[in-house]
Design a binder for this molecule. Sequence first.
Ligand SMILES: Cc1cc2nc3c(=O)[nH]c(=O)nc-3n(C[C@H](O)[C@H](O)[C@H](O)COP(=O)(O)OP(=O)(O)OC[C@H]3O[C@@H](n4cnc5c(N)ncnc54)[C@H](O)[C@@H]3O)c2cc1C
Length: 291
Amino acid sequence: MFRTLKPFEYFEPKTIKEAVDILSTHDSGTKILAGGVDLVPRLRKRQIHPEYMVNIQQAKEMNGTIEDTAEGLRIGALASLRSIELSPLVHKNYFVLHEAIASIASTQVKTQGTAVGNLCVATPASDVAPALLVLNANFRVVGPSGEKIVPVENFYLGVGKTVLQDNEIIVEILLPKLQPKTGGAFLKLVRTAADIAKVNAAVILTMIDDTCSDVRIAVGSVAPTVLRVKKAEEILKGQKVEPKLIEAAAKTAAEEVKPISDLRSTAEYRRETTLVLVRRTLSAALERAKA
Ligand SMILES: Cc1cc2nc3c(=O)[nH]c(=O)nc-3n(C[C@H](O)[C@H](O)[C@H](O)COP(=O)(O)OP(=O)(O)OC[C@H]3O[C@@H](n4cnc5c(N)ncnc54)[C@H](O)[C@@H]3O)c2cc1C
């Protein structure tokens, strides 16, 4: 049966404070609109019925600037996926994030959609989230009681669920500087180039001489949220990284995930390919760390 679109009130606040005030004074039927790549199709399919829509693109402190600072990289919340992918700063210093976004096939989606929008959808199949997890990213969030920093590590609660309140807005992504001799890598397995991940994996690995001084491994599409596989990381830390150890870490990672079977894959296949992707991303990150 044809269902008409429920009318909603539309706001274009000129400041972040105004946006937060609107979000705070209207009830939970409010949605924030950034690129609209996720939100608009869901509206059209009548999957969501917001009473209020707050377009944050005109708020003057919101921006899509990508800026190098003494602490690391700041990425404005309105930065499109494509602008991050094409940023020389990201390519040079945070290659794992470049590689993750480059794996998203549709240039149209990347030109219109923001990285923050991608993260807020909170799908475990996000390609951006594993890269940000291994980069130890933080979000600068503004709400009615002011500003706070939220580590991406604490951001996800479940499928479609984050710690953000309805009246909070992410203003920036903050990426800390990486140590010298750090390499990163991202890989994903898909049914077709344009599809979302069956499984994905991201790694950041730092070497001092022949020893792994630090490593972070994150996997996606294999649990309700994107996941750090910390037991696998522990196998490598402080050790000389040899193929046998990489294999042991990859096996442990495959034991740590909690995949489900769905239309894209079976749980068994996801577990097996977690092992393969973690092995390959670790090997690539190691080569890059040594280069
Ligand atoms: C055809 C297609 C293919 C895709 N392929 C991939 C893929 O391969 N890999 C992948 O990872 N993703 C993929 N995506 C997902 C895509 O990357 C996201 O839908 C997009 O980036 C969302 O960003 P947006 O700015 O358009 O968000 P919007 O649709 O505007 O908003 C999405 C959600 O984020 C919230 N939000 C946005 N900005 C903020 C903010 N600053 N503060 C608080 N909340 C905010 C909104 O309230 C809303 O709930 C695909 C999408 C499509 C349509």
